[in-house]
Design a protein around this ligand. Structure first.
Ligand SMILES: Nc1ncnc2c1ncn2[C@@H]1O[C@H](COP(=O)(O)OP(=O)(O)O)[C@@H](O)[C@H]1O
Ligand SMILES: Nc1ccn([C@H]2C[C@H](O)[C@@H](COP(=O)(O)OP(=O)(O)O)O2)c(=O)n1
Length: 231
């Protein structure tokens, strides 16, 4: 099966991967908005399917059950970077997919090959429909979903910086517990057999530990502009 997504004119396909808290979502949304590109949060799709399974009696400890149920929910992602949306069977899922329960189960659900095959197909079709170009963020975009992307970025940051950023988002959260949970999820996402979290060989690595979000956005905007194909 071909994995090439055709683009026309000055469109550009940007893949941004990396572990949690490195700034993928904030950077991708800002870069897409600034350059008039679409935006896709693939983590939100894995969270959405996990949320649906938890709500529909699927035992998320059982990969066989997960695989059987994988095709049942209809997941739709809106790709406007200024107002990204996600629905499951027509219901707005943007709030419930961020709960601690979903966060703690999403690595197990997203490790199941049938889930990845379905979501990967959906992601490729969204990218193919984004004729003006798109920024797609996740864990396996540069390696698996869009290996022919025009630009691949791999964001990193120290676990301490990532935990501080994440716990800054949740009032009263415990920094040490957040750090441990992040490290555990990184290990699960990097260690799974099917398209693990990994840097593509041709990705540009940006360590954001000592950078402000503004600096990261400016860095990626410059890299995209260099790659943009003239109309
Ligand atoms: N370079 C940075 N410096 C400080 N805070 C940042 C930086 N990048 C992102 N953040 C903040 O860290 C949190 C996590 O960022 P996010 O973009 O959601 O990361 P990811 O999508 O990689 O999990 C957000 O609150 C965001 O504003
Ligand atoms: N392309 C992707 C994106 C996310 N996932 C899985 C693995 C991640 O732990 C979860 C949640 O991703 P998400 O980007 O929402 O996580 P963070 O916001 O960075 O904490 O989904 C994946 O397997 N492949």
């Amino acid at each position: 099966m071909s994995t090439t997504v055709e683009t026309a004119g000055s469109s550009v396909i940007v893949a941004i991967d990396g572990p949690s808290g490195t700034g993928k979502s904030s950077t991708s949304k800002a870069v897409a908005a600034k350059l008039g590109l679409s935006y896709l949060d693939t983590g939100a799709q894995y969270r959405a399917i996990t949320w649906w399974m938890l709500n529909n009696g699927v035992d998320v400890g059982d990969p066989v059950e997960i695989a059987h149920a994988a095709a049942r929910p209809v997941i739709v992602s809106g790709t406007d970077p200024t107002a990204p949306t996600i629905t499951v069977d027509g219901e707005d899922a943007s709030g419930p997919i961020r709960t601690q329960e979903v966060t703690s189960k999403v690595s197990a659900v997203s490790a199941v090959p049938e889930v990845r095959a379905l979501i990967t197909r959906l992601q490729r079709s969204i990218a193919a429909d984004a004729t003006g170009g798109i920024v797609v963020e996740g864990r396996d975009i540069g390696t698996t979903v869009l290996p022919d992307a025009d630009l691949k970025i791999f964001l990193t940051a120290s676990p301490e910086a990532r935990a501080a950023r994440r716990s800054g988002e949740v009032k009263g959260s415990d920094l040490a517990a957040t750090r441990e949970a992040l490290i555990k999820r990184d290990a699960a996402d990097s260690g799974r057999a099917t398209s693990p979290l990994a840097k593509a060989d041709d990705a540009i690595e940006v360590d954001t530990t000592e950078l402000t979000l503004h600096q990261v956005i400016e860095c990626v905007v410059t890299l995209v502009e260099e790659k943009r194909v003239p109309a």
